[in-house]
Design a protein around this ligand. Structure first.
Ligand SMILES: [Zn+2]
Length: 433
């Protein structure tokens, strides 16, 4: 028994390697973008939907407001260049047992809510918002969150800033950043409705996806990632107690926190894991999935009330959670080198080559150089003036990675040159701040 525990510990240890490209993407997670979108979805500020001014005070799944929220979310994905689908589904709550929504005592109480909803709006259609970023293959990595919300005033006001506009913003922000790159596997960014009524949207989604033959590698569900009253960066990761792959995923998240030095203290839950959110339906179909959620020991007391508002949330805490989710999705999906940053052979005869980590540089970049003899890279501005000479790099058989320190340069267009024995090749990059 002890031996097998030791072995499984060894096997799952150290599975993730540091990748500077992924680190750079994680650095692009922007608190201001997160915050502004959070204010929009939780009804704090007005929004534009289909070109008209609007606002989103109510996201109760069966209300008209939630349909408008779905439209607004779809437009956010579209603005980021995604093809997005609003996939309608209908609750089939009588079909089988499922976890009841919090605060709903039994199936009869749920039925009453449902019948009331039908008579109030005359429709029971809800929508999942599904954005896809096709990869080189069709294996899918999924980031998901529910966008519906609930309060005692569910037909008029459900700000749900933490529960769960926060998780939705995590999905949107990861999509914004990942959408600018190419990936080995396909990425699915999925926003569910009907979660608060008993995980209806995720049930419909996962059932349909399994029936359609989708190959889902893993799913990370974010539900409430922004409340932190004690200033301790604790976060919970819930894994399927019956699935080793889900537990390995939890371990991977912990390693990512360590490798990328995120300000999160993780607590992995396995045998006391909660199934009260959309990861449940992935678990039901044996798809590795985990829930990322704020510390249960510092739980949001305004949960499911009209006080679950932006002003009570912690933007830095939320940013770290989103960085983790993005780092996980990027590590799983596999960044594919883009044409713009492919290795350039400068001097094939002498095997000199270099690679710039990005052609749009925001926080610095690195240069990977392979050269058997000493070379001196230099940076020129758009007018052709040499503005910087980098340190001479001694020749070596392997590759040498050096940081490209550009923080002293103003923003603009530059060229970096690396000269071989008989040739000189330059590459353009844009420095933004
Ligand atoms: Zn929730």
């Amino acid at each position: 028994m002890i031996l097998s525990i030791l072995l499984s510990g060894i096997i799952s240890f150290g599975g993730v390697e540091y990748d500077p490209d992924i680190h750079e993407l994680m650095g692009e997670v922007n608190s201001d973008t997160l915050w502004a979108n959070l204010a929009s979805l939780s009804g704090e500020v007005s929004v534009t939907i289909e070109g008209e001014p609007d606002s989103l005070p109510c996201r109760f799944a069966l209300s008209e407001g939630s349909d408008r929220a779905a439209l607004w979310l779809a437009e956010q994905f579209e603005a980021r260049g995604f093809t997005v689908e609003l996939v309608p589904f209908f609750p089939h709550w009588l079909s089988e047992t499922r976890p009841l929504p919090l605060g709903v005592e039994n199936a009869e109480a749920l039925e009453a809510i449902y019948i009331n909803a039908q008579s109030s709006i005359g429709s029971d259609t809800m929508y999942n918002v599904v954005a896809t970023l096709p990869g080189k293959d069709s294996l899918q990595v999924i980031l998901c969150a529910h966008y519906d919300a609930i309060t005692s005033t569910m037909w008029t006001y459900t700000p749900g800033a933490d529960d769960n506009a926060s998780g939705v913003m995590g999905v949107l922000e990861a999509a914004r950043i990942m959408g600018e790159h190419n990936w080995q596997h396909t990425l699915r960014f999925v926003l569910f409705s009907g979660e608060e009524l008993g995980l209806w949207g995720s049930e419909a989604y996962v059932k349909d996806a399994v029936e359609a033959g989708d190959s889902m590698i893993a799913a990370l569900n974010m539900d409430m990632i922004a409340y932190n009253s004690d200033a301790l960066p604790d976060m919970d990761i819930h894994c399927n107690p019956y699935d080793q792959a889900s537990q390995d995923m939890g371990q991977m998240l912990i390693e990512l926190i360590d490798i990328y030095e995120l300000d999160i203290v993780p607590d992995r839950h396995i045998f006391d894991a909660t199934d009260r959110s959309d990861h449940y339906w992935f678990w039901q179909y044996n798809i590795p999935a985990a829930l990322l959620i704020e510390d249960f020991d510092d739980f949001n007391p305004f949960f499911h009330t009209t006080n679950d508002r932006l002003g009570r949330l912690d933007s830095a805490y939320m940013r770290e959670a989103v960085r983790l989710a993005l780092g996980w999705a990027a590590s799983e999906a596999g960044l594919v080198e883009e044409p713009g940053i492919e290795e350039r052979i400068v001097d094939s005869q002498n095997l000199v080559s270099f690679r710039l980590s990005a052609d749009v540089i925001r926080y610095g970049a690195w240069l990977e150089i392979r050269s058997p003899h000493a070379i001196t890279p230099a940076i020129y501005d758009a007018a052709g003036r040499r503005v910087k000479t980098l340190e001479t790099i001694q020749g070596s058989l392997g590759s040498v990675r050096i940081p490209l320190e550009v923080s002293d340069l103003p923003r603009g267009v530059y060229w970096i040159t690396v000269s071989g024995k008989e040739s000189l090749v330059s590459e353009r990059f844009v420095l933004v701040r």
